[in-house]
Ligand binder design. Structure first.
Ligand SMILES: O=C(O)CCC(=O)C(=O)O
Length: 273
């Protein structure tokens, strides 16, 4: 499976509409890959709290529409990062905000295959918990590749977002739901980037899953982003690691190696529940 991880960099001076055009073109340039991954909240700004309400959109708003077209034009499975979602229905969550940090995944024909609402909100009473509702559902997508004899997907990726990475119990739930890979878009600050790299390795090793983790570059809303997007094998090896600037990682991921490793070192069979 050929994967492109697009570590997008931005500051406060780029208009959201311009960034949308720029990123859609970059997705189109990844034709030939099987899976393309973008960071968390790259269009509205990961820490641009004051703009979130204005920049909120339904899933089929301008960002979703542009990402669907880009996935179709490139012929790739596209994890389009996340948007500030405001459903057209007026739905509100249990905290009454009516906004979610929602990741969107599009098939190579442009169809929406998954939407994941971030479960663990970052901000300790400010930021996300103050402005957004929490997601509740574990979400997985089928990965490209030959299916099993019964027609089901051989490999499945579970979706999570940034701060979720600190909560290992979520990844156990995803593992138990059939995950062999974790896709993690983020706007993770430079100040704690060591946590980002270590936790991604830990989630890969403890669950024997591939981790595809796409962070943000640049500085916006006064927060320097940490970069270091990474693809980690199920054995815990870094297959690719970005620097701190905008960068595209293009990496071949052998998903069958997950099965081989789980058979050779069957640690998951020794779990005591
Ligand atoms: O957990 C962290 O250190 C960063 C999390 C974060 O920035 C986020 O979830 O947006």
């Amino acid at each position: 499976m050929r994967v492109a991880v697009l570590q997008i960099g931005y500051g406060d001076d780029e208009l959201m509409a311009d960034r949308l055009t720029r990123v859609a073109d970059l997705v189109r340039a990844q034709a030939g890959h099987d899976l393309v991954v973008l960071p968390e909240l790259w269009a509205p700004g990961g820490f641009s709290y004051r703009d979130w309400a204005d920049r909120a959109q339904p899933v089929d708003g301008p960002i979703g529409t542009a990402m669907s077209a880009a996935a179709r034009d490139a012929g790739v499975l596209l994890h389009a990062g996340s948007i500030v979602e405001r459903p057209a229905s007026g739905e509100v969550g249990s905290d009454g905000h009516g906004l979610w940090n929602t990741s969107l995944v599009y098939a190579a024909d442009g169809g929406l295959v998954a939407a994941y609402r971030k479960i663990h909100r970052f901000g300790f009473g400010a930021g996300e918990p103050k402005l957004m509702d929490a997601g509740e559902d574990v979400v997985l997508v089928d990965l490209p590749g030959d299916p099993l004899p019964d027609g089901s997907a051989a490999f499945r990726a579970a979706l999570s977002t940034c701060y979720d990475l600190r909560f290992p119990e979520l990844y156990r739930r995803q593992l138990d739901a059939g995950a062999t890979a974790f896709i993690v878009p983020a706007a993770w600050p430079a100040a704690r980037v060591r946590h980002w790299t270590l936790l991604a390795h830990a989630r890969a090793i403890e669950n024997q899953c591939v981790v595809i983790a796409c962070n943000t570059a640049g500085t916006h809303a006064g927060t320097e982003m940490g970069g270091h997007s990474q693809v980690i094998s199920a054995t815990g090896e870094a297959l690719a690691m970005a620097g701190t600037s905008e960068e595209v990682l293009s990496v071949e991921v052998d998903m069958a190696a997950v099965t081989t490793w789980r058979e050779k070192f069957p640690v998951l069979q020794d779990r005591r529940l």
